[in-house]
Design a protein around this ligand. Structure first.
Ligand SMILES: Cc1cc2nc3c(=O)[nH]c(=O)nc-3n(C[C@H](O)[C@H](O)[C@H](O)COP(=O)(O)O)c2cc1C
Length: 419
């Protein structure tokens, strides 16, 4: 995974700077091409010679050195990097990165780079827990940076708390995981829906469903990690909403429809993982329905008259807005999974239909796993075993990515022309 991969390793002025020497050494031994950048203050803790010896490459420290070589190199280093690793990342550098400063070599490269950013914060625990540091980490996380959290243990200050630099192996594992990610959705705009809808009965009650949003959120996270620009249209979800994606909220099926039609303009793919209600209450009560009120029938029962909601995927089948958009539907079934799924694939003119039998254990609503069958145009049917939802999400995008390439190869041509 690391062999031949280009990593820019930024080292900041923290007490853990000496541990970065081991990280650089192990990355180099694993075959990575490591360009080290030391901040000015890191130079007070470790000498550039340590890193140039371990990386077998020049080390960058000063954006302003007289030959101008470093200044010329900062754009190139940022562009050619496949991973920008900053370890240790000091509170100071996190603040500078969060606010886009670029007045030294490391911050300038960080700004010039579109490579994934892996930050390994290490500092005294009050510094780490300070709201300013936490807010800066959150800003960076929302921009897509991966934060490897520090460990709890003895700190250089003599206290015990959170802030210790993790083991070298943990840093290498995270770097490997990021470099192992496919970037096959880079430049694509995708829309994912997640969660359930809620249709009002009265101001306090609604008709809903058991969707947690876990599957849709996993799909959005996977697309984000593979480089896509993601819009997540979230209904009622219990799953935490992901960072680094554009979130639009929709409560009812009709709101979901409006949000999907707004988001689909210019999109390359749509995955409808939300459980959208087929029916809504025709006339929701303006006030809370009370027992014994006029709303009741004579025998004390209550009748809710339900009407059909818009079928978003069916409408998209003939909508000009959705022309050329790769469309993937989900079907949650309890009987005749194959029959219903195949019919839905054709009638809604989908590219893929992901079906799951929600009556099976470990599959469907609220569970961390899912067992799905993927129906392709042309009749191919794939059964994936019981898998974590993140893994199911990866398999689905694995199948969408080639469809995107078939439909819009222009991106690849444009990308290689600009090399
Ligand atoms: C002995 C010593 C140890 C320090 N250790 C840390 C540390 O572990 N983490 C941290 O965020 N800052 C630490 N600092 C503070 C940073 O060195 C200081 O904020 C500096 O401006 C960081 O610069 P840089 O982010 O450009 O490397 C330490 C300072 C000193 C003097």
């Amino acid at each position: 995974m690391l062999t031949g991969r280009r990593i820019v390793a930024g080292v900041c002025g923290g007490i853990a700077a000496y541990k970065a020497a081991d990280v650089v050494s192990k990355l180099q031994q694993a075959g990575a091409i490591v360009d080290v950048i030391l901040t000015e203050h890191a130079g007070a803790f470790v000498r550039p010679l340590t890193f140039s010896t371990l990386s077998h490459r020049p080390v960058y420290t000063d954006l302003w050195e007289p030959t101008g070589e470093a200044a010329a190199r900062h754009i190139e280093l940022g562009r050619s990097a496949e991973l920008l690793l900053i370890a240790p990342a000091t509170a100071n550098t996190l603040a500078r990165l969060a606010h886009g400063l670029a007045d030294d070599m490391l911050s300038a490269v960080a700004l010039a780079s579109t490579a994934p950013l892996l930050l390994v914060p290490a500092m005294e625990h009050h510094m780490y827990n300070h709201p300013a540091t936490q807010a800066n980490l959150q800003i960076l996380r929302e921009r897509g940076a991966v934060i490897l959290p520090p460990e709890v243990g003895h700190l250089a200050s003599g206290e015990v708390g959170v802030g210790r630099f993790p083991e070298t192996a943990a840093v290498l594992a995270e770097a490997g995981r990021i470099l192992g990610r496919a970037r096959d959705l880079a430049g694509r705009r995708v829309v994912v829906t997640a969660g359930g809808t809620q249709e009002s009965i009265d101001p306090v009650r609604y008709v809903g469903n058991r969707s947690s949003g876990l599957m849709g959120v996993a799909l959005a996270e996977e697309a984000r990690d593979r480089g896509a620009d993601v819009t997540l249209i979230a209904g009622a979800v219990t799953a935490p909403l992901p960072n680094g994606v554009r979130v639009r909220r929709a409560t009812t099926a009709r709101e979901m429809r409006t949000a999907v039609f707004a988001a689909i303009a210019g999109a390359d793919a749509l995955i409808m993982a939300a459980a959208v209600a087929d029916y809504r209450v025709e006339r929701p009560a303006r006030q809370k329905i009370k027992k014994g009120s006029d709303a009741e029938n004579a025998d004390g029962s209550l009748t809710l008259h339900l009407v059909r909601n818009p079928d978003i995927l069916a409408e998209l089948a003939s909508a000009p807005e959705a022309d050329g958009v790769v469309r993937v539907g989900f079907a949650a079934e309890t009987t005749d999974l194959a029959g219903h799924a195949a019919a839905k694939l054709t009638s809604k003119r989908l590219d893929l239909l992901v079906a799951n039998d929600v009556s099976r254990p470990g599959s469907g609503f609220g569970t961390p796993t899912n067992e799905v069958t993927i129906f392709h145009i042309g009749g191919r049917i794939e059964q994936l075993g019981l898998l974590p939802k993140a893994e199911v999400a990866a398999r689905i995008w694995d199948r969408v990515a080639p469809l995107l390439r078939e439909r819009q190869p222009a991106l690849e041509v444009a990308a290689s022309a600009s090399e």
